[in-house]
Ligand binder design. Structure first.
Ligand code: SAM
Length: 229
């Protein structure tokens, strides 16, 4: 009987029925759901909702880890005929991005970790932007870098063949790692630059929040492009 009571207490302590539902997002802020609700038409949190919104649409471009959204919002303004999807796992960060949008009909945010969206998209996107992805500088964490070969394969699945992928970073380790991953997996990087702000191939560059911060601190911005396969 004693063991039974211990078992019941432990079950109550550690069993949370909500854990059964795979969490798509990182929740950090109190009352975040209520705050997000004000922008309900502009963000997606549910897998079916994502599928329904994208079904039948063309010219869809995605940014992974879009942060506070300056980049993708400007891209959406410049290209009103395309649909832009910003994926970001932190809902507090997405809330900041949502506050900046005013009536931008061709832009949607998905609040999710891309690891939980692996099977969500197939031949869906026409282009991908990776801006200042977390560098995970410790060697043992290299598989977490969003430019690791398993992610490159995932992007091939998500994107239509031959779509443009553009990557920018201030981080030397991540940049050199990316070049190696591309080469070792038989992909070809082009427009490779170690000073993007001085490079005419990026004259239409849209500065992201991190880019602004790091270039002001004196870091040069690196960039490259490659095609999905
Ligand atoms: C260093 S910030 C860069 C933000 C923005 N792209 C910029 O350039 O200012 C990286 C962002 O990617 C998001 N992120 C990292 N890994 C992610 C993942 N697996 N899925 C979705 N978002 C991710 C983080 O929450 C963070 O907001």
């Amino acid at each position: 009987m004693y063991y039974f009571y211990v078992f019941v207490i432990l079950l109550k302590l550690f069993y949370n029925p909500n854990n059964k539902e795979k969490k798509l997002r990182v929740r950090r802020e109190k009352n975040i759901d209520r705050k997000l609700e004000l922008y309900r038409d502009t963000y997606l949190i549910d897998k079916d909702e994502i599928s329904n919104k994208l079904s039948g649409k063309n010219n869809i471009y995605v940014e992974i880890g879009m942060g506070k959204g300056d980049f993708i919002l400007e891209l959406a303004r410049r290209n009103p005929d395309n649909l832009y999807i910003g994926i970001e796992r932190s809902d507090a960060v997405v809330l900041k991005a949502l506050k900046k949008i005013e009536n931008q009909k061709n832009l949607l945010f998905v609040i999710a970790n891309i690891d939980d969206l692996r099977d969500q998209f197939e031949n869906t996107f026409d282009g991908l932007y990776l801006n200042f992805s977390d560098p995970w500088p410790k060697k043992r964490h290299y598989k977490r870098r969003l430019l690791y070969r398993e992610y490159l394969d995932l992007y091939d699945k998500w994107l239509k063949k031959g779509s443009l992928i553009q990557f920018k970073t201030d981080n030397d380790i991540l940049f050199e790692f990316t070049l190696e991953e591309l080469e070792e997996t038989g992909r070809e990087a082009f427009d490779v630059t170690r000073d993007l702000h001085e490079d005419s191939r990026y004259s239409d560059n849209i500065v992201t929040e991190y880019e602004n911060k790091f270039s002001k601190m004196g870091f040069t911005i690196k960039g490259l492009r490659f095609y999905s396969r």
